[in-house]
Design a protein around this ligand. Sequence first.
Ligand SMILES: [Mn+2]
Length: 186
Amino acid sequence: MTWARKTNETDIELDFALHGTGNYNIQTPIPFFTHMLEQFAKHGRFNLTLSVTGDDPHHIIEDVGILLGQAFSESLTDKTGIERFADSLIPMDETLIQIAVDISGRSYLGYEVNYPTAITSGFETEWARDFWMAFLQNAKLTLHIRSLSGFNTHHMLEAVFKGTAITLRRALKITGTDLPTTKGVL
Ligand SMILES: [Mn+2]
C-alpha cells in the first residue's frame, strides 16, 4: 500500500508492507538516516520504498517517522493471533542494546541510550529519539530502548534501528488464534 504526506516542510512518498521480505529502496537527503531505514526494512522484513525531500533534517526525520507509524498502524487493522509482546538484546561489536515492545494500542517511549557523542556521520543522536517518538505515537505502541554498553555512536544507533525492527517483527508474529488481551479490544 502507499502513503503520502506533503506539508510546507516535507514531501514524502511511501510504499510499505508489514509482512514483506526486507526489500527496500530508500532515498533521503540524509545518508545516515537512509542507512538506518535500510536496517529497519531489512531486519523487520518490511518492504519499504521511500522518497523524501524537505527543508531541514529534523523535519524530514520526524515526518518520515509520522508516516511510517501511520503505515504500520493502518497495515495492522487485525491483531488476531499476534504475539504482541517481544524483547531483544542486540549486540553490535562493543555495543549492547536492550529493546522491549508491546503492540498495545497506546503510545509510550522509554528511551535511555547513552551515546558517547552528540553527532556521527552528520546525524545528530537526538534525531533518533525524535524518529521513534513520531513513529510510535502514530503506530500506537509501547517501546523501551536502553543501552547496556557501547562506545561507538554509529554502532549504537545502528543497533537501535536494527533491534527495534527485529523486536517488532517478533511481536507481530502470529502465535495464537485470538486477540492477546482480556479487554476484547487491542
Ligand atoms: Mn553502519
